[in-house]
Design a protein around this ligand. Structure first.
Ligand code: HEM
Ligand SMILES: *[C@@H]1O[C@H](CO)[C@@H](O)[C@H](O)[C@H]1NC(C)=O
Ligand SMILES: *[C@@H]1O[C@H](CO)[C@@H](O)[C@H](O)[C@H]1NC(C)=O
Ligand SMILES: *[C@@H]1O[C@H](CO)[C@@H](O)[C@H](O)[C@H]1NC(C)=O
Ligand SMILES: *[C@@H]1O[C@H](CO)[C@@H](O)[C@H](O)[C@H]1NC(C)=O
Ligand SMILES: *[C@@H]1O[C@H](CO)[C@@H](O)[C@H](O)[C@H]1NC(C)=O
Ligand SMILES: *[C@@H]1O[C@H](CO)[C@@H](O)[C@H](O)[C@H]1NC(C)=O
Ligand SMILES: CC(=O)N[C@H]1CO[C@H](CO)[C@@H](O)[C@@H]1O
Length: 325
């Protein structure tokens, strides 16, 4: 019995080493320990100083990190100013906080010029801002390099949208090496932050149920949103929470709402349409919140490794909004 256990242990250790060795050799914890020892502290201090004044930015950076990683890997391509860049993509239109990242980058440049990538800065900001607002903490191995290409079409095609069904969502996640567990857990990010009416109007006004309401949405909830939030089908400015009453708190209530048919987007509701996904939601809800935090951390660390550029690939940008000239 003991022998079997240690044998399994050895196989697991070797498996993990082989995995790390083959796919992300150069990302490492505290990559900047000698080249810019204060980098991670500068990020954390800046986040601590500014996020408490604007807690909703924590959500903005979590989402920005996701959008970055899903297009060309986590390479800060989302931060580039370019008329044909990702910032111009449909899902980007509501991204916020670019100036925060640009200023933080300039502070780090002043400390160690040309050393710390914008891709790492964004990954660290996302982690620290969620963490200081009471959400989970996850490891951010560093050593990412910045990309030089940003392509609006890729962003529109590869970032999941609020109208996607379960199959499409899973396909888009699978395309990035993420699985059904990652889809369910990372969607839990919608426990914080805000959205705008265009992401939900079709479910309220232009669907197959009575009053144009999507029959998969709780009708009382839908009526309430129509009366108090998205009062017209074309409202494109009103903001609404995905997790009403709890949008600043990283907790399980997003999943509770899904089971009450009060997920805001079709893509949220879609997570209850597959039995495997539904079972996972139930498991999250019947476990202590720490289980959600741990599983979320596991999935977002995985997301942070998508197609990263390391070594001599890409560049270390001088300004996050511009490719080096
Ligand atoms: C599963 C597919 C996903 C879809 C279809 C989706 C879609 C959306 C949409 C439509 C919004 C609202 C945008 C607006 O109207 O302002 C939003 C907000 C948000 N999303 Fe997602 N999302 C998905 C997954 C994720 C993931 C994986 C994360 C992060 C790990 C994430 C984090 C967020 C956050 C934090 C917000 C609030 C942003 C803010 O307050 O500014 N989402 N998402
Ligand atoms: C990038 O674009 C933003 C918004 O248009 C602007 O505020 C910022 O100054 C630009 N950054 C650079 C380096 O051009
Ligand atoms: C952007 O990506 C699309 C889809 O992959 C591709 O067809 C297009 O040529 C790319 N645009 C540029 C400017 O590279
Ligand atoms: C999901 O959406 C895709 C693309 O819109 C569509 O082709 C597919 O038939 C849908 N799948 C289901 C099960 O509804
Ligand atoms: C409902 O959606 C269809 C298809 O997207 C569109 O043609 C129609 O104009 C919409 N109706 C309303 C009232 O928005
Ligand atoms: C939002 O709606 C207003 C008024 O209907 C319209 O003028 C504006 O162009 C819309 N904005 C976007 C981004 O669709
Ligand atoms: C749920 O999704 C998984 C992964 O795609 C799939 O294997 C399974 O057949 C789906 N279950 C149902 C009931 O659709
Ligand atoms: C933050 C940002 O750059 N948003 C842009 C997203 O794309 C639209 C056009 O589709 C631009 O108008 C926004 O400025």
């Amino acid at each position: 019995m003991a022998r079997t256990t240690s044998f399994v242990g050895i196989v697991v250790v070797f498996g993990v080493l082989a995995f790390i060795g083959s796919t992300h050799a150069q990302l490492q914890i505290n990559f900047y320990a000698t080249s810019c020892p204060k980098a991670e502290q500068i990020v954390l201090n800046y986040v601590k100083e500014h996020i408490p004044n604007a807690p909703s930015l924590a959500a903005a950076f979590l989402r920005m990190h996701f959008h970055d990683c899903f297009v060309r890997g986590c390479d800060a391509s989302v931060l580039l100013n370019s008329t044909s860049g990702e910032k111009n993509a449909i899902p980007n239109r509501t991204l916020r906080g670019f100036a925060f990242i640009d200023t933080l980058k300039s502070l780090i440049e002043a400390e160690c010029p040309g050393v710390v990538s914008c891709a790492d800065i964004l990954s660290l900001v996302a982690r620290d801002s969620v963490s200081i607002t009471g959400g989970p903490f996850w490891q951010v191995p560093t050593g990412r390099r910045d990309g030089v290409i940003t392509n609006v079409t890729e962003a529109n095609n590869q970032i999941p949208g609020p109208f996607n069904n379960f199959t499409t969502l899973l396909t888009l996640f699978n395309n990035k090496g993420l699985d059904i567990t990652d889809l369910v857990l990372l969607s839990g990010a919608h426990t914080i932050g805000i959205s705008h009416c265009p992401a939900v109007s079709r479910r309220l006004y232009n669907s197959s149920g009575p009053g144009g309401i999507d029959p998969t949405m709780d009708s009382e909830y839908a009526e309430n949103l129509k009366a108090n939030k998205c009062r017209t089908p074309n409202d494109n400015t009103t903001r609404l929470e995905m997790d009403p009453g709890s949008r600043k708190s990283f907790d399980l209530s997003y999943y509770t709402l899904l089971l009450k048919r009060r997920g805001l987007f079709q893509s949220d509701a879609a997570l209850t349409t597959n039995s495997t996904s539904l079972a996972l939601i139930r498991q999250l809800l019947s476990s202590p919140p720490q289980f959600f935090f741990d599983q979320f951390a596991r999935s977002i660390e995985k997301m942070g490794r998508i197609n990263v550029k390391t070594g001599t690939e890409g560049e270390i940008r001088k300004q996050c909004a511009l490719v080096n000239s």
